[in-house]
Design a protein around this ligand. Structure first.
Ligand SMILES: Nc1ncnc2c1ncn2[C@@H]1O[C@H](COP(=O)(O)OP(=O)(O)OP(=O)(O)O)[C@@H](O)[C@H]1O
Ligand SMILES: [Mg+2]
Length: 314
């Protein structure tokens, strides 16, 4: 199937905390979507900790995003690596330059527009940990941004830090005037002298300064719809965490986040990583694989029918 008219759809998988399962989820969800008949490219956006290739059972590819960042290769098609799945290809992040792994701002803009031009249906980006501007940019320019967290206080804390960073960056990008953008930059410092402590405080200040920008702020908030995924749940109580975080998104940020789903903790995940095979490949019928299929199914809603291949089950 060729590219959709507006270019390939982009989905970013982030979440702030390291080790919550972003790469595991990206690899497995990508396999599920490819098996549903869509042409998928999965991109390892973690230039400082590349391991998506390993989750897909591919030896470290000699060519990667690092070649694009170092201006050695402009054509992303030349960086595509075949996987075991006929519809799934990878852009790895191996062999990054340790001295300057992250692309600069203009390189990021160029990279994103090239990714959208790839002749595929979907580009899925596995982000690194943290809230580095590079990570946030990929998250914000994507059509869908998935925030992954596990049911641990530290992970939830980092998910909020990630949300907060994404929220303020997104709002700042959406504003037209320099003065309002400067106000948002001030609000990003939690101890700012103007006393702006919450998004509601910020909106009040913006409305006083420039009512038109206030309207724009509200509509930008409405259009921002992060999707939440809880990984490694062990109890029914932990499944509810997605709803709690969604409520906080609404009450604190005014955001209408979506609870995309959850994946249970399964010892088979570790075994699948050790075996360098996606879980949905080695244990397609286990609970975790069923939940992964569900997540994949939700993510492809709105993509239109695939050109070939069977429908996703579940
Ligand atoms: N649902 C799960 N059940 C059991 N173990 C899991 C599950 N999800 C992830 N893991 C374990 O957590 C490990 C870390 O996962 P992964 O590398 O995907 O995290 P990450 O968020 O990409 O980390 P980083 O931020 O460092 O890139 C995996 O190797 C796997 O063993
Ligand atoms: Mg990772």
């Amino acid at each position: 199937m060729g590219p959709v008219p507006d270019g390939a759809r982009m989905i970013a998988i982030g979440g702030g905390k390291g080790g919550v399962g972003k790469t595991f989820l990206a690899a497995n969800v990508a396999v599920c979507i490819a098996r549903a008949g869509y042409e998928v490219v999965v991109v390892d956006g973690d230039l400082e900790g590349a391991n998506l290739h390993t989750c897909l059972g591919i030896p470290p590819p000699p060519r990667s995003l690092a070649d694009f960042v170092a201006n050695r290769e402009e054509d992303l098609v030349k960086l595509l690596v075949e996987t075991r799945e006929p519809n799934l290809r990878l852009i790895a992040a191996t062999h990054a330059n340790l001295a300057s792994a992250q692309p600069g701002h203009f390189q990021r803009v160029r990279l994103v527009s090239r990714l959208r031009q790839l002749p595929v249906d979907l580009v899925l980006i596995d982000l690194g940990a943290g809230t580095h501007p590079a990570v946030m940019d990929y998250f914000l320019v994507s059509d869908d941004g998935v925030i992954v967290f596990s049911p641990e206080p530290t992970s939830i804390e980092n998910a909020y830090a990630f949300l907060r960073a994404a929220f303020y960056r997104r709002m700042r990008l959406g504003m037209m005037t320099h003065s309002v953008r400067a106000l948002i930059t001030q609000a990003m410092d939690q101890h700012n002298e103007r006393g702006i402590r919450t998004p509601a405080d910020l909106l009040r200040e913006i409305e006083t300064l420039d009512p038109g920008e206030g309207v724009r702020f509200v509509s930008t908030v409405r259009s921002f719809r992060p999707r939440l995924l809880v990984n490694e749940v062990r109890t029914a109580e932990e499944i509810k965490l997605g709803f709690s975080v969604r409520s906080v998104c609404r009450s604190y940020f005014g955001l209408d986040a979506e609870y995309l789903g959850y994946v249970n903790h399964d010892p088979g995940v570790r075994r699948s990583v050790v075996a360098r095979r996606p879980l949905v490949d080695v244990q397609p019928d286990c609970d975790a694989s069923v939940y992964l299929q569900r997540v994949a199914h939700k993510l492809i809603q709105g993509l239109g029918a695939p050109g070939v291949g069977p429908e996703l089950s579940g």
